[in-house]
Design a protein around this ligand. Structure first.
Ligand code: FE2
Length: 193
């Protein structure tokens, strides 16, 4: 999608939601002139804003990026029911809806099964600057660490990678009806909110 098509799509989606540029800007914690810039073809939204922008406009991130996924989406249903895969060879994280084989590094992958977070993998959520600050009381060694935090909503998927020897915390978007997960490289996937 080129910048003019993107601008037109954003304006169309926003007006269809009955939102003003100011309302959308406030929701995304940007200036109204930033939204105006996007809608007049003078800039693309920052990649970090794609997921919250898509949620605000009630579409998938793929739809916002111009990927023709509507037919697939109908079959695949709700992103919140996506399967999460992780490649044990390279650590790649894959979200998948509907029926399809997931493959990475030459091997097929089985979906991760999420358990409710136990004491060692639960997280504290604090709202700060329009985001969640998520903190774990979990070690962050190479052998045992939280590898990523993921969030699934009805129409979007978000993943934040964490790295050994860094803090066991990160910031993630606030999705009101999102399901939040963390993945421990030793103990697997946990539902944390
Ligand atoms: Fe763990």
């Amino acid at each position: 999608m080129n910048i003019d098509e993107s601008a037109k799509l954003l304006r169309t989606l926003r007006t269809a939601k009955g939102m003003t540029q100011r309302e959308l800007a406030e929701r995304l914690h940007v200036l109204p002139k930033t939204v105006s810039k996007w809608e007049t073809g003078n800039g693309f939204p920052d990649v970090a804003l794609i997921a919250p922008l898509a949620e605000a406009l009630g579409v998938s991130a793929e739809a916002l990026l111009g990927v023709k996924t509507e037919e697939n989406a109908k079959e695949a249903g709700n992103m919140k029911r996506s399967k999460i895969y992780r490649c044990p060879a390279c650590g790649n994280v894959i979200f998948q809806t509907g029926k399809a084989e997931a493959e990475c590094c030459g091997q097929s992958l089985a979906p991760l099964r999420a358990n409710d977070a136990d004491e060692g993998h639960c997280a504290q959520f604090a709202k700060t600057d329009g985001e969640y600050y998520v903190a774990f009381g979990h070690e962050m060694t190479k052998a045992h660490s939280i590898e990523f935090v993921a969030c699934l909503t009805d129409d979007s998927a978000f993943v934040k990678k964490l790295y050994p020897e860094q803090d066991a915390s990160c910031r993630v978007p606030i999705f009101r009806r999102g399901k939040y997960y963390c993945f421990c490289n030793l103990h697997g996937l946990f539902r944390i909110k």
